[in-house]
Every structure is written in structure tokens, then in C-alpha cells.
Design a protein around this ligand. Structure first.
Ligand code: PGA
Length: 255
């Protein structure tokens, strides 16, 4: 039995305009309350709706996460948003290195490490995403890929890695309906935890490693039964309040 508190975060990606974001966050905040003594729950809305969502969920025990950030604090960086601006609107977490950012916006391991560092500097918890593509998995390189992604962040943060959350999201499972088997996911989670153990046994013991990639109400139980899976980063299914709440309640039950 692990002492790590489960964490389930809804990544809304580019969905939910303001009005809907407010409505959805209101319902989640109200209905998730009975579960918050057994798990932590967060939502990651679009930048432009963060402030409205924050007002809606304030004081109700939910985490508010940004989906990305830029590592420079302020200055001539047109179009970017930094950790202090996210802190200013009430975020306490930020997703960094999501595979969509790595693939569509060419974010490198070094950039992701800088983003994680910048988040921590402002007291935001980075959710550091790692994950292999289908071709990397088929080539037998899944573990090597995620370990080098996490390794870049460990190299930059050192023992501060303990203040992050790691999310394993196999790229081939994101938005595809193809979920990793619990065994495959557990294998990678175990390898990630072993990498954290090289920094320190307490770091490995305390750092939460989430699974992400087509998490749904009907597969969350088997995933959360795995020893090294401490929660979920949920995309598509988090857009629907009923599904998201079922994922949280079944996730909690499975621990
Ligand atoms: P999905 O996305 O649940 O829609 O597969 C997960 C994610 O990208 O964080």
C-alpha cells in the first residue's frame, strides 16, 4: 500500500470556451468534494479561461493547472505566458512537455527541463510528461525514450525532481482509444521510478507518476491497481463531467 495520494488531472486541451469552462468546473468542484479526502483532483483549462475557472473553484480544494508555460519570466517574448503570470491567476500546477507540444511545437527535452525548472521557481508543481511514439515502442525503445526524457529533467532539477509530478503518456495511446495494458504501463512506471530512485530512495517513494492516454471510466480501475501508477492525466474523457467524476471515484476505489 503506497502512501502517495492519488492525483487525477483533467487536461482540457483546446476545448471549453469561457462559459462552458465555468459551468463544467462548477459541477466538478461541487460533486468531487466527497472524494477529496482520498485523492487530489486538478483541471487544466485553456489559458484564456484560467481566471474565470479560478474564481469558480476558489477555496474548494482543486488544483488549477496550466497546459504549458514559457521559461523566461517576462520581457520581449510575444505570445508567451510564464510561470509568474500563471501564479498570478491562481494556478498551482503546470503541464510541461506534453507530447502534443513535443510533436507539434518541436519542444526538446532541454526545453521541457527549462519549463519544469521555471515552474518550480515560482512554486508551481510541474507535471512532466514523457512517452514514446508507436515506432519507438515497436523498435523496442519505449523505456530508453522515456528515461532519456525524464533524465533531461532530472539533470536540470537534481533532487528538486521530488517536487514534480511525472506523467507517462504513450503517444500512440493519446486520443486514440488505444490504452496501454496495465502490465505495459506498470513496466514503464517501474522503470521511471527506478530512475527517480537513483536521485534518492525518498524521491522515488514520494514522487507521483500518473498514467495518461485514453483513460476512461472502464479502464481506470485496472490501471490504478498497478503498484506504480499513482493517478491519471485524462484528456478526452475529462471534457465530460460524468465520465471525469467516474474516473476519479473508480480511481480512488482502486487504491
Ligand atoms: P486522452 O489524452 O485521454 O484524450 O488520450 C490524454 C492527454 O493527452 O493528456
Amino acid at each position: 500500500m503506497t502512501l502517495r495520494t492519488p492525483l487525477i488531472v483533467g487536461n482540457w486541451k483546446l476545448h471549453h470556451l469561457r462559459e462552458q469552462a465555468v459551468q463544467v468546473s462548477r459541477q466538478i468542484a461541487a460533486r468531487v468534494q466527497p472524494l477529496l479526502n482520498r485523492c487530489e483532483v486538478g483541471i487544466a483549462p485553456v489559458f484564456t479561461t484560467l481566471s474565470d475557472v479560478e474564481q469558480e473553484i476558489r477555496g474548494q480544494g482543486l488544483h488549477l493547472a496550466a497546459q504549458n508555460l514559457y521559461w523566461q519570466e517576462q520581457g520581449a517574448f510575444t505570445g508567451e505566458v510564464s510561470a509568474s503570470f500563471l501564479k498570478d491567476v491562481g494556478c498551482d500546477m503546470a503541464i510541461v512537455g506534453h507530447s502534443e507540444r513535443r510533436q507539434l511545437f518541436e519542444e526538446s527535452n532541454a526545453m521541457v527541463a527549462k519549463k519544469a525548472h521555471a515552474a518550480l521557481q515560482q512554486g508551481l508543481t510541474p507535471i512532466v510528461c514523457v512517452g514514446e511514439t508507436l515506432s519507438q515502442r515497436e523498435a523496442g525503445d519505449a523505456e530508453k525514450t522515456v528515461l532519456s526524457q525524464l533524465g533531461a529533467v532530472i539533470e536540470k532539477l537534481g533532487p528538486e525532481i521530488a517536487k514534480t509530478v511525472v506523467a507517462y503518456e504513450p503517444v500512440w495511446a493519446i486520443g486514440t482509444g488505444k490504452v496501454a495494458t496495465p502490465e505495459d504501463a506498470q513496466e514503464i512506471h517501474e522503470a521511471l521510478r527506478a530512475a527517480l530512485a537513483k536521485v534518492g530512495s525518498e524521491v522515488a517513494e514520494n514522487t507521483r507518476i500518473l498514467y495518461g492516454g485514453s483513460v476512461k471510466p472502464d479502464n481506470v480501475t485496472d490501471l490504478m491497481h498497478c503498484q506504480d501508477i499513482d493517478g491519471a492525466l485524462v484528456g478526452g474523457a475529462s471534457l465530460n463531467v460524468e465520465d471525469f467524476l467516474l474516473i476519479v471515484s473508480r480511481g480512488v476505489e482502486a487504491r
